[in-house]
Design a protein around this ligand. Structure first.
Ligand SMILES: Nc1ncnc2c1ncn2[C@@H]1O[C@H](COP(=O)(O)OP(=O)(O)O)[C@@H](O)[C@H]1O
Ligand SMILES: [Mg+2]
Length: 478
């Protein structure tokens, strides 16, 4: 079997940006873990504030990932809600750069109707493993001296010639229809330095030749100048592209084909296909044609997984190709789904045992203020200092996330009174308009009877108790 690989290169990390827009939006101010050259966290950098211990820990993990040292390990970020667990993972992904695949999922995504839980986990794992493939291709590289195109009268068939030179030689090549189309698509003109891939005829414009720099005065400011190549016109070049193991799976599974990559509708992939691909990739690795890059799979809210998923993850971690798995949870001692026993963080003990645990802690007032201020800048809203102080106080007493959600609401309220800046009144109003969780609980306890309870009982008006039973029978008590 010959294995086709995808033609897109270097987009290992793209799955985060395309699939999880909502997950990213509230973390859009974060551009990294905010570490210095010695991987020590700075107090406030790259949008990250405080949480120093966790960031220091992740800095070490980052280093190990970059050195390719820790495939098949699990890391658990554990801590109370709103302490930046997801934010830390997003920061790590940005520090990893584009070449290391990073996949982010929320545990509940596993329960989709189209894929089984195990298939869906397997796909996520394989999306997080990059294969860097080296290929040698022959290219023609030089400066265009002249392009000459003859159009036949009927317009259908095109013919032409292109003259390309290096500092040492000059050659004329015949052009067919396809190449002429490529040239006009890339807007190639005399004086451009181009590279033509001999295998597929793809033309890349490398820039304009210095010798032609003074020919045109109407050139854009972003024109890149390069020098005319030396030596032979035809050269062998090594090109590198990184694809994920999952992409190779999809392209090679007969029912799917590469179009599935664009529609995202990949369905289940047969295990024989995967076995063959594993073999082939191992072979490439032996021959030095490919390098395996273990990336990161981030599973947020991991307590939503059940015992079957956990044991399957255990197995996948032992696979010969395995990424680093980072999980996040806000659970303490709690039940693992699908079992009756309790364990720390709701994780089965065998998985817990192989995990490194990174703890996040609640923020102090000053840190909350800094984060809220960063969020205001990020959302491009202005807030005066009194309002920010009140918002911080709300953040301390309720949660960082609630306070951060009030920013956009308060902004709308301030707009309504034609102000460009959020003032203390706007914060007060939005605080009264929208409940935080503890006030919501208090409200529910007070008005419990007005809501439908677990037995389907609810009170309407004064004395009517309606019970919505199994058969939706309604009976009214006097
Ligand atoms: N240390 C931090 N620095 C900057 N922003 C943070 C930090 N921690 C949390 N945030 C922001 O606060 C909000 C809540 O954090 P989040 O990561 O969603 O918490 P968790 O996942 O622990 O529940 C998000 O908007 C997040 O980007
Ligand atoms: Mg989270």
């Amino acid at each position: 079997m010959s294995i086709a690989t995808s033609v897109q290169d270097g987009n290992g990390g793209s799955s985060t940006t395309t699939n999880n827009l909502a997950l990213i939006a509230s973390h859009s101010h974060i551009s990294g873990l905010g570490l210095d050259d010695h991987l020590q966290p700075k107090e406030s950098s790259q949008g990250m504030v405080g949480q120093l211990k966790a960031r220091r820990g992740l800095g070490v993990i980052l280093k190990m990932i970059q050195q390719g040292k820790i495939a098949g390990r699990a890391i658990l970020i554990a801590g109370p809600p709103s302490t930046g667990k997801t934010a830390l993972a997003m920061g790590l992904s940005q520090n990893l750069g584009n070449d290391v695949p990073f996949t982010a999922i929320t545990a509940s995504e596993i329960y989709s109707k189209e894929l089984s839980k195990t298939e869906s986990l397997t796909q996520s794992f394989r999306k997080s493993i990059g294969i860097r493939i080296k290929e040698e291709t022959e290219v023609i590289e030089g400066e265009v001296v002249e392009i000459q195109i003859d159009r036949s009268l009927t317009g259908g068939h095109k013919q032409g010639k292109i003259t390309i030179r290096t500092t040492d030689m000059e050659t004329i090549y015949e052009l067919g229809n396809k190449m002429i189309d490529e040239l006009s698509k890339e807007k190639i003109i005399a004086g451009d330095v181009i590279s033509i891939d001999k295998a597929n005829g793809k033309i890349t414009k490398l820039g304009r030749s210095y010798t032609r720099a003074r020919d045109y005065d109407a050139m854009g400011s972003n024109t890149k100048f390069v020098s005319c190549p030396e030596g032979e016109l035809q050269v062998r070049k090594e090109v590198l592209h990184t694809v994920s193991l999952h992409e190779i799976d999809v392209i090679n599974s007969r029912q799917q084909g590469f179009l599935a990559l664009f529609s995202g509708d990949t369905g289940e992939i047969r295990s024989e296909v995967r076995d063959q691909i594993n073999l082939k990739v191992a072979e490439w690795k032996e021959e030095g044609k490919a390098e395996i890059i273990p990336g990161v799979l981030f599973i947020d809210e991991v307590h939503m997984l059940d015992i079957e998923c956990f044991s399957f993850i255990n197995r996948l971690l032992e696979d010969e190709f395995s990424p680093i798995v980072i999980m996040a949870t806000n659970r303490g001692i709690s039940k693992t789904r699908g079992t009756n026993y309790k364990s720390p963080h709701g994780l089965p003990l065998d998985l817990l045992d192989r995990s490194i645990i990174i703890q996040t802690e609640n923020y102090n007032e000053e840190e909350i203020k800094k984060i809220l201020n960063i969020r205001c800048n990020e959302e491009e809203v202005e807030i005066n200092s009194d309002a920010l102080n009140l918002l911080t106080k709300i953040g301390v007493e309720t949660s960082l996330r609630y306070a951060s959600n009030l920013i956009s609401v308060s902004y709308l309220i301030s707009k309504k009174r034609r102000s460009e800046i959020i003032e203390i009144e706007d914060i007060k109003r939005s605080y009264l308009l929208f409940l935080d969780s503890s006030r919501s609980v208090a409200f529910l306890q007070e008005n419990e009877s007005n809501y439908i309870d677990d037995d389907g009982k609810v009170v309407f008006g004064k004395n009517t108790i309606i019970s919505v039973g199994e058969n939706d029978k309604m009976d009214t008590d006097p």
